[in-house]
Design a binder for this molecule. Structure first.
Ligand code: GRF
Length: 194
């Protein structure tokens, strides 16, 4: 199964997915797409021999549909079957999501449905939660609201700030996302072979 990973930043989740999809794994990362040339993950993908393309939002805005059409062109050109969002900061439009629903996943750094959107760790600390974590979910039109596939948990420590909590949650993300994607692809492959 051909997988594309969409990024906007460091690509640490992208790397854990790339490094897991080897050997007997039924998926392979065939493309990394970034919405900005500034994403540090681009060079990391290229260093691993993965095709990486920039579809620079700044050169398309305010024409969001043209931007998302170019994303679609790249995905079709590389015969992509599954999209994994990994730190991708553009909120995809309803037409794009409708075309991919059921074949597009995301990892979000909170225990959804709590703390959709940004600044998740600070919000958990401010709310005096005792736990934080990450969620892998299917992407639907409503932000961070699709079917939850799995979650990873960390305890919030008394002396935590957003940075220290984020770094512990990120460790869980790197474990969770590859496992969920492997199971997700395996389930699709099993269904397709029946
Ligand atoms: C991570 O916290 C992830 O949950 C969120 O973006 C952050 C950076 O991810 N979606 P990465 O290091 O770019 O993979």
């Amino acid at each position: 199964m051909n997988v594309a990973i969409l990024i906007s930043g460091s690509g640490s989740n992208m790397l854990s997915l790339i490094d897991d999809m080897t050997g007997s794994h039924p998926g392979r990362v065939m493309l990394v797409l970034s919405n900005t040339p500034k994403a540090a993950g681009i060079s990391k993908a290229i260093a691993r021999g993965i095709t990486a393309k920039v579809v620079d939002y700044q050169t398309y805005k305010p024409n969001i549909s043209a931007f998302e059409s170019e994303l679609q062109n790249q995905l079709e050109a590389h015969k992509i079957d599954l999209i994994c969002l990994a730190g991708f900061l553009h909120i995809l439009g309803s037409n794009f999501i409708a075309a991919w629903e059921g074949r597009i996943l995301n990892i979000h750094p909170s225990l959804l449905p709590k703390y959709k959107g940004l600044d998740t760790h600070q919000r958990a600390i401010d709310a005096k939660d005792d736990k934080a974590g990450c969620t892998v979910h299917e992407v639907v039109n409503e932000l961070d609201s699709g079917p939850i596939l799995a979650q990873g948990y960390v305890n919030i420590l008394r002396n935590d700030d957003a940075l220290s909590l984020a770094s512990r949650v990120l460790v869980q993300e790197h474990l969770l996302y590859p496992k969920v994607v492997r199971d997700f692809i395996h389930n699709i492959s099993t269904k397709n072979s029946q």
